[in-house]
Design a protein around this ligand. Structure first.
Ligand code: 4NP
Length: 162
């Protein structure tokens, strides 16, 4: 087994809703499993509007309601340094994938997080989007949380070094 931690970078558009939540959920999962030391986990956005800010208040609320810790400062995808630092570049939707490739990520390096939800195995990219809750109501944030949790659990099984 390699001593190097496995780098996991969650990516969405604004880096204030989906990818910060995914990071917090995955961090919580690996801590509960006692494997946190094997991973280096971060999140970023393809857009730069919220750089330096905390997560959306509705993201903060849904994480607190589900007892999952979250600390966050938004940043933008950095291109080559992120490609070097993270093995896994996990996008939330198909537009994120397109934007990441425009920002220099080889298409083969980018995966969609929900691909790893066992309930969605083999379904294809259209089924693997994490809906953007930003413009909707609070219920979208709970749905986001549930979809991210299932996908992060599946991804952990896939990514755990054996
Ligand atoms: P996220 O949601 O990509 O899940 O962080 C969004 C947050 C902000 C914006 C869009 C989506 N925005 O346009 O500011």
């Amino acid at each position: 087994m390699s001593d190097q931690p496995v780098g996991v970078l969650f990516v969405c558009l604004g880096n204030i809703c989906r990818s910060p939540a995914a990071k917090g959920i995955f961090q919580h999962l690996v801590e509960r499993r006692g494997v946190a030391g094997r991973f280096r986990i971060d999140s970023c956005g393809t857009g730069g509007w919220h750089v330096g800010r905390g997560a959306d208040p509705r993201t903060i609320a849904v994480m607190a309601q589900n007892n999952v810790p979250l600390t966050h400062s938004a940043r933008r995808f950095a291109g080559a340094p992120d490609l070097d630092a993270f093995h896994w570049i996990l996008a939330m939707d198909r537009q994120n994938v397109i934007d990441l490739t425009r920002m220099g990520a080889p298409r083969t390096r980018v995966r969609m997080l929900r691909e790893f939800d066992p309930a969605l195995a083999g379904r294809g990219e259209a089924a693997w989007e994490v809906a953007d809750p930003y413009y909707g109501g609070d219920s979208g944030f709970q749905t986001m949380f549930e979809h991210l949790t299932a996908a992060c659990e599946g991804f952990l099984e896939h990514a755990l070094p054996r």
